[in-house]
Ligand binder design. Sequence first.
Ligand SMILES: *Cc1c(COP(=O)(O)O)cnc(C)c1O
Length: 876
Amino acid sequence: MRAIRRFIVRPVLPPVLAPLADLAGNLRWSWHPSTQDVFASVDPQIWDSVQHDPVRLLGAVGRERWGQLADDDGFLDRLVAAKADLDAYLTTDRWYQRKAGADAPRAIAYFSPEFGITAVLPQYSGGLGILAGDHLKAASDLGVPLVGVGLLYKSGYFKQSLSREGWQQETYPVLDPDELPLSMLREPDGTRATVSIEMPGGPALLAGIWVASVGRVPLLLLDSDVEGNPDPYREVTDRLYGGTKEHRLRQELLLGVGGVRALRVYSRLTGAPAPEVFHTNEGHAGFLGLERIRELTVGDGSPDGSPDGSPDGSPDGGPKLDWDTALEVSRASTVFTTHTPVPAGIDRFPRELVEQYFGASGPTAGVPVERVLALGAEDYEGGDPSVFNMAVMGFRLSQRANGVSLLHGHVSREMFNGLWPAFDEAEVPIGSITNGVHAPTWVAREVIELATSRGVDPDGDDVDAFFRTVDEVPGTEIWAVKRELRERLVHDARRRLRKSSQDRGIAKAELGWVDTALDPDVLTIGFARRVPSYKRLTLMLRDPARLKKLLTHPERPIQLIIAGKSHPADDGGKKLIQEIVRFADDPEVRHRIVFLPNYDIAMAQPLYPGCDVWLNNPLRPYEACGTSGMKAALNGGLNLSILDGWWDEWYDGNNGWAIPSADGIEDPDRRDDIEAHALYDLIENDVAPKFYDLDGEGVPTRWLEMVRHTLKSLGPKVLASRMVRDYTRNLYTPAAVNGRALNDDYAGAAKLAAWKKKVKGGWAEVRVEHVESEGVGDAPEVGDSLTVRAFVALGSLSPDDVDVQLVHGVIDSDDALVNTTTASLAPVETYEGGRYRFDGTVTLEHSGAFGYTVRVVPRNSLLASVAELGVVAVPG
Ligand SMILES: *Cc1c(COP(=O)(O)O)cnc(C)c1O
């Protein structure tokens, strides 16, 4: 029988137990083991049966049990202590209040299309979402005043299972917001708060706003499945990364434009300060910049959150700005993080579609559509004129941009060099901040206890101290913990394997072997990630006989635990999964290699600690960063990886293994062959022998040396708290400072916009006419001084508008300057006709081939990079 109506009966807790609802209502429980203990002790069986979901636990426990707990003094003490701990966490000063300084922003809005915070809020597909979740949690721990902005997808991403043949099956279970750890944002009269977004040729799109409390950080999630929306609009937030281009465009409109409007509503209703900085995690939320320009140009325009703005911080009643001024205001306070060097991963829309949506009846009515289109145009060499590129718009709408590892920064500068063609890659204004992971979420409690049992405060400011204690812990103790974690993983894997085999239609009677699948004493290698082709899920199958030998080695076997989802539209990815599943179905190896369906946070949490080795073999350099190996490292796992993403940066020869990559070999088959054989060789000759080389106490000493070194060398670096501090210092604070300089009555922004116009207009006349030097003879030596005089024509510009730079450094075999340093030359003489002489001196510091040149670039203290205007003048 089907119900004709469904509703959720809210539990009524005895008043003394009310703090349970507060604990369940803040997701901090998800990274706080002692709060989880409180929930577990409510009813351990139910806690397991609801998969550790506090909201469902509260709904499932009966009245009788509540009565018992209300009389249980021991329980009440623990409950009160947990609540007091949460209150202190939410209110006391933390790093940001102590250390970030007066210039740091009052509030930062962080936009992301997905957020992976806990298994019970499945609103993520993979690394991008997990990173966003870790960013919010670390910001909360550090006291960074972040507000997250995203969408609430009715079915999240999808649930993965397998057919009998090993083909990926997708299901889309519908989530009920009432059963999720969310609260609805309401108007004072109790009605649902909404935002509305004008749509071309139809009614406006409405969305409700849910709030998830991620520790100190509120996360606003927009939901289009609300009354008042026609059916097609209710489907806008149906699921992540599905549907047509137009569907995706609507989602991104809601995220970007709707997200800014939701922030205004949130400020109005809660008094929260308006964000001074807007950070967009990947290009999908880029339309937020257009909405901010709209607020300033055709809205009621006034400074975001300035005293004469309205209380919600929305622009109200101030002067209306012209496009160029508004662009400067919005750009200065926007940060854009790009996440993929894979061209197919860049979000692009047909240009006409964007034109249609941003016309006169669209959400940013009044904003000229040609200006919008120009922002996303690939108007550079090799660009496609028919598309609108969200990444390109992201760079143009944000003054600060970054990639997510040193190598990815470099690759991104190359990839987007076309936007700044006058500059070498090194000066393309895209920096990098390497990703990190949230330790309290990803590190097994037992591992943290190894350090805390020695008196180290995991929340202390001296992060290195925490990791140094690893030297004080005896090898036998570390090894015992690792075995325990491996065993836990083996049990979890068997449970999943049994369920998956049954789902595939395999009879129970045929499943006896599952009880002995995997072995808690065998070297365990993990491989789990999304399955786009560059991640090369099946590289390990390159030589199946060789892999089989490694798995079934009589003395030094390995076992492999594999997981990953393929995008539903990617049959290529599904084929790779099927190849793995078929290989793992073979009775000769099935006890040593398993594919576990539905990789998610719940699976990941015991997986990283339980693995001895974390394998990653992407096609270099397509892994922008990768974070799963960081989570493994924090649990004392050793990385075995291609030198890509973060591993390229932090592999030091002793903290794991680098699989040599055959960069430059064009034939992909040959490249895979070479890299796969290097992988087999490493496992056979180095990894397995070290793991099984036990001393008299049964401890692999050489292995543990690597584990200790991994924790000490990588531990402090791979943390999300390090990442969020870097964002705060290097991007958020400078963006806030510039934003304020421009926001303050907008005179600064108008001046900057006018100055840029003048400089660009006058640049054609800027020339380096002639350069003279003296001080070095035919045989220069280290320590000699080189004096340079540059004769420069500036046309209508003045010496204040420009920086005349001596660029010097090593020259390579093509006479190109590399590793350059720049020194500003000073104006010393003025001639007729806008011509000047600039002088300066440098000392030769290094022996070897040295070269220099002179160039002129625009100069203004409000620029974040010399390349910002894209213009430069060089001799000749
Ligand atoms: C960490 C994590 C990822 C991302 O891992 P990558 O190494 O960046 O591919 C994806 N999914 C889950 C569930 C994770 O925990």
